[in-house]
Design a protein around this ligand. Structure first.
Ligand code: ZN
Length: 290
């Protein structure tokens, strides 16, 4: 399983917290008809993206990007000790797989200069914080945490109506610790990192592009969850807040990177997760690189 990639002057590491069965394909993707699934079952299974019971296989992982100047962690996964009653494998988790993954990639929590979240869903903010003496504190003590302001505002309003636990235990404590930067779409880090707005999955969902002057790599978050959505960009998962906008954003994104050298790194594609976008019929594939 490949966990390390090079792109331009970047080194990219995958830190996998969990990989396995998630939801039945036709439950997660309401537009996926039995006929369409039958047509695509063989290659999906060969790609490790679907199991024998037609359940989607997803990875839950962070990416760490090492630029010549910074070490940047993108999306902080699930986290430990967090009450997540709707998903048993996430609920009050105590395993050390994530921190071991960080260590075996050669990093300690002190090494991370920035933590950046593509959006503020439960599986993208978890390791933002860890439990210390009964309090949530930033896991990465030296990091600035970058949240998109529109995304933060959306969850602030949602949380005001009914408490959103991951926002309360994994985002607000970072703000209280004064480690958060709420940024607009003009945010950049030097000449190496830029924001690409990709709304739809959530209103303030963003991708992050890296590379000096050109996009050597793009971190797409939950713009798409499974390779079948590259081939059929209009297949929006039931989690997309605005499925129509998400579909439009997905096709636009794939068109933008199609037949370029940009390494596309979605959050949840099964291992090896990353690839380069190529055209196939009226859709696209994310071709793996060695
Ligand atoms: Zn996700």
């Amino acid at each position: 399983m490949s966990l390390k990639f090079a792109a331009g002057d970047l080194t990219i590491h995958r830190i996998v917290e969990e990989e396995g069965r998630f939801l039945p394909a036709n439950d997660m993707l309401p537009g996926l008809t039995p006929e369409l699934l039958a047509e695509n079952r063989a290659w999906m299974k060969a790609a490790g993206a679907l199991d024998d019971s037609d359940t989607l296989i997803l990875a839950f992982q962070s990416y760490i990007v090492k630029t010549p100047h910074h070490t940047i962690l993108i999306d902080s996964c699930i986290g430990n000790h967090k009450p997540r009653p709707t998903r048993p494998t996430w609920n009050m988790k105590t395993d050390d797989r994530y921190l071991r993954g960080l260590a075996s990639a050669g990093f300690s929590v002190d090494d991370i200069d920035y933590v950046m979240c593509t959006h503020l869903h439960v599986d993208h903010v978890g390791w933002n914080t860890r439990l210390e003496n009964g309090r949530w504190v930033p896991t990465f003590p030296n990091a600035r945490y970058v949240f998109d302001k529109a995304e933060f505002d959306y969850w602030t309003a949602t949380n005001a109506k009914a408490e959103v636990p991951p926002f309360v235990d994994s985002v607000l404590p970072v703000v209280e610790a004064k480690r958060a930067e709420l940024v607009g779409n003009d945010f950049a880090i030097g000449d190496h990192m830029r924001v690409l707005p990709t709304p739809g999955h959530t209103p303030g969902h963003v991708a992050f592009t890296f590379g000096r002057g050109k996009d050597d790599a793009v971190f797409a978050g939950d713009l798409m969850h499974s390779p079948i959505q590259a081939l059929y960009p209009e297949l929006s998962p039931k989690f997309d807040v605005d499925p129509a906008q998400a579909a439009k954003t997905r096709r636009g994104f794939l068109e933008r990177y199609c037949d370029t050298d940009t390494l596309c790194c979605p959050a949840h594609f099964p291992s090896p997760s990353v690839g380069k976008v190529r055209r196939k019929g009226n859709g696209f594939v994310c071709e793996t690189v060695s």
